[in-house]
Design a protein. Structure first.
Lengths: 328, 664
């Protein structure tokens, strides 16, 4: 055992080793967990320590003055502390927590992990807090028999798969004397797309190198008819008027130069490093999406076939987010 | 991370009002004892801070607050000359509350105030142990606990009524733990260290000196001196002499004690006879060492450092009586003291100042010349009081430079001190060793509690003369003038005399007062008076005799663990799974089944209630409105609080009444 980290920051070291111990003890969690007594920990808060110290001072005072009523109040407050400890524990115990989703974000945007916390009990649960790495969510009350959605916003710095890692469900209610918490280790993650490069570099055409020309703007496209809508079609192309008449979702079809698919290739961006290339490809994908163009993606070790629509765009962005440099 | 959340500003008016209520209520019991500026400062700072929060008044800057703090602490120091001790410490804490309140901004400030509030409530319990005060404090502990729940939150405050109930539940659940610890926690017979500044002089009706000529109006206090529970028999009124300080030194005007001289084995100087009287005394704290007992005590509670000093008075040796003090005594009203006076002591007990009270001295010397029989002299003196025009009054005229002369030959109006003093001077002048004994005489039976109350107004003074072969003999000259004073006890007499038309003469009110006193006495005897003796008695009743303190602590800890386990059971039950969710889901399933029977395509797995509702409404346009209402009620029930379960009842009603229209 090395003593360096212990001496440098004993509190953090203690916290980290306690958490590691808990993780080993509890094992990994499913995406839905009910907090049982095995996994709820409780310690006095700082205020709780101050409260305890006051009770001790009162005890000395009562002893010294031989004051029976002094003893009574001292023991009443001590009893209150014990009772509050149990209540604090039960405020957490039995809460059901389910990981809902974490929608993909671009690097440097916060990744929002959303959870549903359900209170199946007949008493309300007060002041429930989620925290991750020391950052706490806003405390929320969950009334009896209800569910509340909580979210944890994690900072993102680089593209890839952001693992949620360890997080806590905490409460200090009632009275802030104790902190009861549970460590959770769910296998949840959020896809982080590369940070899009600034606008400016024009999309390559098939021939490569040349930018897009006018005439492809939305207003200029020729409407050629309706087709049955499929999931992933951009909402702005849905024929709402037709929907009102026929009860069937249709999308407008346009005849435009967009019918020509573009392949965005790795090699079209010479002179940039891997991350810069990914950023630029991300920007192009977004721009193509804005214009509803069909695109394909050609990466050194992966290709995304030509397609269009939100779903396809997500697929492209995922490929960029999870791209692994074959050289490494 | 706790600290960060506590440091964020939380000075909404509702939080500040809570803190103001706690600051005012917790300090209120101390207000009468404080110099006026302390509560003034507190009120001012509360008003200022609230004004700042509600009307946006400018609050003092840091520098101003520091100056104010230094000034206030300085003022406390000047006022009390110390910051040690209960009174000064309390004043200091309250000044701190005022200053803390003025700068209270964060949740942490507010929580600090709650801790100080609990401590101030504790401090007032050390001073005032009255029943009403305890009720007030209990109520206020509740209030402060509500404040703890509310101000300990980071979110917006919850409903006050809900939190009042919640705090009440917490306190009720804490009560058994309190009771166990109260009964079992080892009690120590004495303080851990000296109690600074606890000055209780002026509480007692007695003093260690008396100057009858100086008092023109005896303030009769209805304060209770002590209460007595007679075990075997009740002595007659003429036997109820409770011995207090004995005054042997006379300077012509004032009688004073010669200080208690300790002499072991005093009881061996007494020849006891007749029936003993066994009783328990619950003595109110009086700040002195005197322990009152009926003449003549033979034995008393062990281990309470009570000794008999050389005037047969019981005293507590180690420290004054500053808290309710209870003890048991066995006394014999029939006794004879065996002490002999040598020449030096005879001189001591017959000493009078050479000048002063010449007429009295002359009368005494004249009697001594006429007879050698001390009994003869005593009866002559008492005859003067009986046969001549002497009056018993609580508002005597002032006496001049020779108080005994003035009283005996001129004013002839006075109360016990006048008679005892003049009589003793007369005895000494006649060569009979004599001294003044002060104490209490009489007592009032409280029929509701079957015990006697001895008030400060029962304070009395009488004379003891020393007779060859008989020892010290009590002579009460007041009885010669006002026999009622002795046989009725002074309460009836004094209330009639001192408080004409006083409420105390109304019988039912007197009854109420006595009932109140009975409750108070039991409270005093068993709650306030719960100390090492009662604890030992309780444990012996439980079959544990003289346990080591570690055993007590283990016992208490075990009991608390047991209670904690019971609490866990209760909490498991109280947080049991609710069925409300399941019930609403079941109702919605009924609804879906009805629709499916009415030829709506079956609900797909994972099809949300709103989607299904929209589909069903499209399929059955005539029932569309009903379907929509039911679906929305169900969804609201799943995702919003259902206060009082009205939404569930609505859903049930709607689903039962729902009849889908025939498919189009």
């Amino acid at each position: 055992m090395r003593f360096g980290p212990v001496l440098a920051a004993p509190q953090q070291w203690l916290r980290a080793s306690a958490a590691a111990w808990a993780e080993k003890r509890q094992g990994p969690d499913a995406l839905g967990v009910t907090l049982d007594k095995r996994r709820i920990y409780i310690l006095p808060s700082r205020f709780g320590f101050a409260f305890g110290f006051t009770i001790f001072a009162m005890l000395l005072g009562a002893l010294n003055y031989g004051s029976s009523l002094g003893f009574a109040l001292t023991f009443l407050l001590a009893g209150l502390g014990i009772v509050i400890m149990r209540h604090c524990h039960y405020n957490l115990r039995g809460t059901r927590i389910r990981f809902l989703a974490a929608h993909p974000v671009f690097a440097s945007e916060p990744a929002e992990f959303r959870f549903a916390l359900s209170n199946d009990a007949s008493s309300p649960r007060y002041e429930i807090i989620l925290s991750h790495n020391g950052k706490e969510s806003k405390p929320e009350d969950i009334p009896a028999g209800q569910t509340r959605v909580f979210s944890l916003a994690l900072p993102t710095r680089k593209r890839g798969l952001l693992k949620l890692g360890r997080y806590q469900v905490t409460t200090r209610f009632p009275g802030n004397l104790f902190r009861a918490w549970s460590w959770l280790h769910m296998d949840a993650s959020c896809i982080v797309y590369p940070h899009p490069a600034p606008r400016g570099r024009p999309l390559p055409n098939e021939a490569g190198g040349e930018g897009l020309h006018g005439g492809l703007e939305r207003g200029d496209a020729d409407f050629i008819g309706l087709a049955t809508a499929a999931p992933g079609d951009p909402p702005r192309r849905i024929a709402w008027k037709a929907f009102a008449r026929s009860d069937e979702l249709m999308v407008k079809q346009f005849a435009a130069g967009e019918q020509q698919a573009r392949i965005l290739t790795w090699d079209s961006l010479p002179g940039l490093d891997t991350e810069q290339r990914l950023s630029q490809l991300t920007r192009w994908c977004l721009e193509a999406g804005e214009r509803d163009m069909a695109i394909g993606l050609q990466l050194p070790n992966r290709a995304v076939p030509v397609g269009r629509g939100q779903k396809h765009l997500n697929e492209c962005l995922c490929a960029l987010a999870l791209y692994e440099d074959p050289a490494q | 991370m706790t600290a960060a959340a506590l440091r964020t500003p939380a000075d909404t008016p509702d939080r500040l009002l809570w803190t103001a209520g706690i600051a005012a209520g917790a300090t209120l019991p101390h207000w009468p004892a404080l110099p006026i500026w302390v509560p003034g400062l507190l009120c001012l700072s509360i008003a200022w801070r609230l004004g700042g929060a509600v009307f946006g008044w400018p609050l003092p800057k840091t520098i101003a607050r520091i100056v104010l703090a230094i000034a206030a602490f300085g003022a406390v120091l000047i006022q009390y000359q110390t910051i040690n001790g209960l009174a000064a410490g309390t004043a200091l804490l309250i000044v701190m509350v005022a200053l803390k309140y003025l700068e209270s901004r964060t949740a942490r400030d507010q929580l600090v105030l709650i801790i100080i509030a609990y401590f101030l409530l504790f401090a007032s319990l050390l001073v005032d142990r009255g029943f009403l005060m305890v009720l007030y404090l209990l109520g206020f502990v509740w209030f402060t606990t509500v404040g703890l729940l509310q101000l300990g939150r980071h979110g917006p405050l919850l409903g006050n009524l809900d939190m009042v109930k919640q705090a009440g539940r917490l306190l009720v659940q804490a009560l058994p733990i309190m009771l166990i610890l109260f009964l079992l926690f080892p009690r120590l017979p004495g303080p851990l260290w000296g109690i600074p500044g606890a000055n209780m002089s002026g509480q007692s009706g007695l003093d260690d000196s008396m100057s009858p000529g100086d008092i023109t109006e005896l303030g009769l206090s209805d304060a209770v001196a002590f209460r007595v529970d007679f075990y075997n028999r009740t002595p007659g009124p003429t036997q109820l002499y409770w011995r207090g300080p004995v005054l042997s030194v006379f300077n012509g005007r004032t009688w004073s004690t010669d200080g208690p001289g300790m002499r072991p084995g005093m009881t061996e100087l007494v020849e006891y006879s007749g029936e003993p009287i066994e009783y328990r005394v619950m003595l109110e704290p009086h700040g002195r060492r005197w322990v009152f007992a009926l003449d003549m005590p033979e034995q008393w509670t062990d281990g309470r450092d009570i000794r008999m000093e050389n005037h047969y008075q019981l005293v507590r040796t180690r420290r004054p009586i500053r808290s309710l003090f209870d003890y048991e005594v066995t006394s014999y009203p029939a006794y004879r003291t065996l002490d002999t006076l040598n020449e030096r002591l005879r001189g001591y007990y017959t000493r009078l100042p050479a000048d002063g009270n010449p007429e009295t001295r002359a009368l005494g010397e004249q009697w001594r010349a006429q007879t050698d029989n001390p009994d003869e002299i005593i009866s002559r003196a008492l005859d003067i009081f009986r046969q001549e025009q002497f009056f018993y009054t609580l508002t005597p005229p002032p006496l001049g430079a020779n108080p005994a002369d003035d009283f005996l030959f001129r004013t002839r109006e006075g109360f016990c001190e006048h008679y005892a003093s003049a009589f003793t001077v007369l005895m000494r002048a006649a060569g009979i060793p004599a001294r003044v004994v002060t104490g209490y005489q009489g007592g009032e039976l409280n029929p509701l509690g079957e015990y006697y109350i001895i008030y400060q107004s029962n304070a009395h003074a009488w004379t003891e003369v020393w007779l060859e072969g008989e020892g010290w003999v009590r002579v009460d000259p007041t009885a010669a003038v006002a026999p009622d004073r002795i046989s009725l006890g002074s309460s009836q007499l004094s209330s009639a005399q001192a408080r004409e038309g006083a409420l105390a003469n109304i019988p039912w009110l007197r009854q109420a007062v006595l009932a109140w006193d009975a409750a108070h006495t039991y409270w005093n005897a068993f709650v306030i008076g719960y100390g090492p003796e009662l604890q030992r008695a309780l444990l012996e009743a439980l079959g544990i005799s003289r346990p080591h303190w570690t055993k007590l602590v283990t016992l208490a800890a075990g009991a608390v663990l047991l209670l904690s386990a019971l609490l866990t059971l209760y909490l498991s039950w109280s947080y049991r799974r609710t069925r409300a969710r399941d019930r609403s889901a079941a109702l919605f399933r009924d609804f879906v089944r009805k629709l499916e029977r009415a030829s709506v395509a079956p609900r797909a797995t994972g099809e949300g209630p709103l989607d299904f509702g929209a589909r069903a409404a499209a399929a059955l346009p005539e029932s569309a409105e009903d379907i929509d209402t039911i679906t929305r009620t169900y969804v609201r029930l799943r995702y919003e609080p259902d206060d009082g379960r009205t939404a569930l009842a609505t859903l049930r009603r709607l689903v039962r009444a729902f009849k889908p229209a025939a498919a189009a």
